[in-house]
Design a protein around this ligand. Structure first.
Ligand code: DGY
Length: 321
């Protein structure tokens, strides 16, 4: 008898066909709508594996219903939506999709950095609203990216990919990480500094560390106050790492110059959120890995992890320790 898996969104045709070859597949047949919580809970009792998205919180409530559950395959590199400790305690494997999204997420991070520094969204808006009167020397002037200092908090794969891009722009690169990355220091000439020094010296601070208990609220009022008044904060990792209330205040008080945000504490971010009101804050709806090729590769890798785990193999991207 085929094992049963639940996929919490509609997968691409070829991935679905691949999964159907191996398993009895139940999937939530929508691209844009999230599986309702009750439906997810109801479906858990007879599935051997689940392929889920960051929109599903896989906590004890879900795990308790999954009597037969062997694997949770997340369609993301980040897995803060899953209680990995609770899953491990029940012998359930957890997997993610690293690697395939590294360059695409680094592209978006750099795009946000450039867009914020050079006020691209604001400039486009001004033009469309007919407010472009004449060429003026200081009209829509922004910050230089070339030759500036970039501080990367979290020098993992994506952090290193951002550093490579920054090198091409002639930026001076600092980083702060749990552990030193000697190979990347050698390759790119990036310099390790303590968090406080990074915040004080950087013109751009990029948050690229995963959200964990340790990194929650890593950036609060205190850290924002250390930053230059001309500095820009970029976050393409997870919302909870930056305290949004403190960020709003820092922007209101001119403690920092601007921010580029792809992620928020609550997603979708409420449309009346104060962060969406600043002209010097560029916001995108969690699209870091959103290129067509990369999203397809993420689906393929998530399916591969799920399949390997249910065949009794060690999946390529197991995250349980
Ligand atoms: C990830 O992979 O963690 C992204 O944030 C979702 O695309």
């Amino acid at each position: 008898m085929k094992r049963k898996v639940l996929v919490t969104r509609r997968p691409p045709e070829h991935v679905l066909a691949q999964l159907q070859n191996e398993f009895e597949v139940d999937f939530w047949d929508s691209e844009e709508e999230q599986i309702p919580r009750n439906t997810l809970l109801e479906k858990m009792n007879d599935v051997d594996g689940i392929l889920c998205l960051i929109t599903e919180e896989i906590n004890e409530e879900v795990l308790d219903k999954g009597n037969r559950l062997k694997v949770i395959s997340n369609l993301a590199v980040g897995y803060n939506n899953i209680d990995v400790q609770a899953a491990s305690a029940k012998g359930i494997m957890v997997t993610n999709t690293p690697g395939v999204l590294t360059e695409t997420t680094a592209d978006l991070t750099f795009a946000l950095l450039l867009a914020t520094a050079r006020r691209l969204v604001e400039a486009s808006q001004v033009l469309r609203e007919g407010k472009w009167k004449t060429w003026s020397p200081m009209f829509l002037t922004g910050m230089d990216v070339h030759s500036s200092t970039l501080g990367i908090i979290g020098l993992g794969e994506i952090g290193a990919a951002v550093a490579r891009r920054a090198k091409g722009f002639g930026m001076n690169i600092l980083y702060y990480n749990r552990s030193r990355k000697h190979a990347i220091e050698q390759e790119l000439g990036v310099k390790y500094v303590e968090k406080e020094e990074l915040l004080r010296k950087s013109d751009f601070v990029c948050i690229l560390t995963p959200l964990t208990k340790e990194t929650k609220n890593l950036i609060t009022k205190k850290e924002l106050n250390l930053m230059k008044k001309t500095a820009i904060l970029i976050n393409t990792s997870r919302g909870g790492i930056v305290n949004e209330q403190d960020l709003v205040e820092a922007l209101e008080n001119g403690e920092i110059w601007g921010a580029g945000l792809d992620v928020f504490e609550q997603e979708p971010v409420p449309v009346d959120h104060r962060l969406l009101k600043f002209p010097n804050v560029v916001t995108t709806p969690h699209i870091g890995s959103a290129s067509i090729n990369t999203r397809i590769k993420m689906w393929e890798l998530a399916a591969k992890n799920l399949t390997a785990a249910l065949k009794g193999e060690i999946p390529p991207n197991l995250v349980n320790k």
